[in-house]
Write a protein that binds this ligand. Structure first.
Ligand code: MTE
Ligand code: MO
Length: 561
């Protein structure tokens, strides 16, 4: 920027009074950036969901964030943490966008450099995502080109600020003042782009028309982006949903046991024994749900093995399937929380596949990897000890829902989900714990984490006012793969009383319980604890979920009148 230009801007107005702020630059920047994101999402409908700029940059941010930041995000936003992150990114982006727009309205060139920077950041983020192809930077690049085009166009349509101020001040607008106030100095005309040269010099009426055109373009671009962002995502997701609908699950060679009639204690307020797919909790690091078409899916079993193996979806479906009820639990579940669910899973035993690839002796860890780069580590021995560790394709009689890992995920009884239940699975790599630390293990969680013996009061709800007399206290207890052998309840600091246990199909599910309480007037505290089949009594010692799962007794307070 020349000294001449600086000076002319400062002295450009006919009076020392500054013209009212018009926000054209900011609006132009936000419109151009919105357009870039919209175009990016549309292109990503063809190149693949994870290549969309917002998703790619967000993914990098999630993976780079230190554990305390993530914990904070989960604590504050619960499972909406990803939505909050995207909102945060959009906010930061909007500020940068406004800045770029202001620069562009002074000198197109500066703005274009800013846009190019955006394009490079988005393209790099996409290119470095797991599974990226050469097409991954395309959405960012095409988006940046669209933004550059719009910025140039908006700048040409830009109403001259000094004309406005001059008119507002009741003075005639002078062409030189316009040019000077816009910062279009002679050198810019000489070396700048053609849009600098043919920026129309507008008079009072052209001014109003120019402003209208500017606002129409800018707001139109923002509107188009508001449609294109969800639209592009939906296009891609629709392709995957259609492919999912077309899946025909095979009948299990080994069906799930018929549920005993008494799996339910039949007390209102107790969560159902089988969790409906729509009600099943969802926890993952994925910003946008990975959308994988079965025809693109493959599983590589490799690493420290004698015979590596690659399976397609059709090959997997052709293998003998088992069907089992297994309760899945999240390590982040607080005492009394509901980050767990029970479903009937259909899948192929992992043990047989491991036998086929013949792991080396030292390969004590199986690293599972998702299409979005998430990793988890399971002890090889635990996957081969005869438990129903499965490569799952079906959940409660349907193909896996997309948000629960379609087309293929793992489910292993007795180990927290962050280690055992990788969704959108694409690799099993035989490794060792000394060679590789998986996603959450690198972030302060335990390398190995069997599910803890836990229990929950579903009813009465905490804080309830109850009428005196008999109250059914009921809920669930779990100690997957060990099994629950007893549940005890106590009121205030009274003795532990044995609850009635419901039936279970195996040791791998939660177990409902109930206990009739003769409630007396006053404020009371109810507590529950479980005892597993190894004789372990659930500890009352309170611990937070990090590093290997929360402990303590679920305690609720009620008032009886
Ligand atoms: N790809 C992938 N798989 C994942 C995760 C993830 O972040 N990414 N989270 C794990 C965690 S922490 C849990 S508790 C379970 C949850 O499975 P759900 O969402 O189907 O309930 O998925 C596991 N599998
Ligand atoms: Mo989890």
């Amino acid at each position: 920027m020349s000294g001449n230009e600086m000076e002319s801007r400062e002295t450009g107005g006919p009076t020392p009074q500054r013209p009212p702020k018009q926000w054209y630059g900011e609006l132009a920047g936000v419109a151009a950036t919105a357009l870039a994101l919209g175009v990016g999402e549309l292109v990503a409908a063809a190149t693949g969901g994870p290549s969309a700029p917002l998703v790619a940059v967000g993914g990098v941010a999630v993976d780079a964030a230190p554990t305390p930041v993530k914990e904070f995000a989960v604590a504050v936003f619960y499972t909406y943490d990803k939505l909050a992150l995207q909102a945060g990114i959009v906010l930061v982006l909007a500020v940068f966008a406004a800045f770029i727009g202001v620069l562009a309205m002074r000198r197109l060139w500066y703005g274009l450099v800013g846009v190019a920077l955006f394009g490079v950041v988005g393209g790099l983020a996409a290119a470095t995502r797991y599974g990226a192809t050469w097409e991954y930077p395309l959405p960012s690049v095409v988006g940046a080109l669209a933004a550059a085009g719009l910025l140039a166009l908006l700048r040409r349509t830009l109403p001259a600020p000094s004309a406005v101020s001059a008119r507002d001040l009741g003075e005639e607008s002078a062409p030189e003042t316009d040019a000077a106030a816009r910062g279009a100095d002679p050198s810019a005309r000489g070396t700048g782009s053609s849009s600098d040269a043919d920026t129309p010099v507008v008079d009072g009426t052209g001014q109003a028309a120019g402003r209208r055109r500017f606002l129409t373009l800018a707001i139109g671009a923002i509107g188009a982006a508001a449609v294109a962002v969800p639209g592009g995502r939906r296009l891609w997701a629709q392709r995957v949903a259609a492919a999912r609908d077309a899946v025909v699950l095979p009948a299990p060679a080994s069906p799930a046991p018929t549920l005993p009639a008494k799996v339910s204690v039949d007390v209102p307020g107790v969560k159902p024994f089988v969790t409906r797919n729509a009600d099943f909790y969802r926890i993952d690091t994925a910003l946008s749900v990975p959308q994988v078409e079965p025809k693109d899916w493959q599983l590589r079993i490799h690493g420290r093995v004698k015979r590596p193996l690659t399976l397609t979806y059709d090959q997997l479906l052709a293998m003998p399937m088992v069907e089992r009820y297994i309760t899945l639990t999240c390590v982040s579940n607080e005492v009394g929380g509901d980050l767990l669910g029970n479903a009937r899973w259909l899948g192929v035993p992992i043990k047989g596949l491991l036998d086929e690839v013949e792991p080396d002796d030292g390969a004590d860890q199986v690293v599972s990897r998702s299409v979005d780069g998430y990793t988890a580590g399971m002890p090889t021995a635990a996957l081969r000890d005869g438990r129903d560790a499965l490569l799952v394709v079906g959940m409660n009689g349907e193909p896996l829902p997309v948000e629960h890992g379609f087309p293929v995920r793992m489910v292993v009884p007795g180990v927290f989900g962050y280690l055992s239940a990788t969704k959108w699975l694409t690799e099993l790599e035989l490794s060792s714990f000394s060679d590789f630390s998986a996603y959450w293990a690198r972030r302060g969680y335990a390398e190995k984490a069997p599910v803890k013996t836990q229990s929950r009061i579903d009813t009465p709800a905490a804080g309830r006012r109850l009428a005196q007399g008999q109250v059914m206290v009921a809920g669930a207890a779990w100690a997957q793969h060990r099994g629950v052998s007893a549940v005890e309840v106590r009121v205030d600091d009274g003795p532990w009383e044995r609850a009635q246990l419901a039936a279970v199909p195996s040791v791998d599910t939660w177990r409902q319980w109930s206990w009739p309480w003769q409630a007396t007037p006053g404020k009371h505290r109810l507590q529950v604890r479980a005892i597993d089949r190894t004789g372990q009594v659930q500890t009352g010692k309170e611990q937070k979920p990090v590093p290997d799962g929360a402990t303590g007794w679920h305690t609720i307070k009620v008032t009886v009148t």
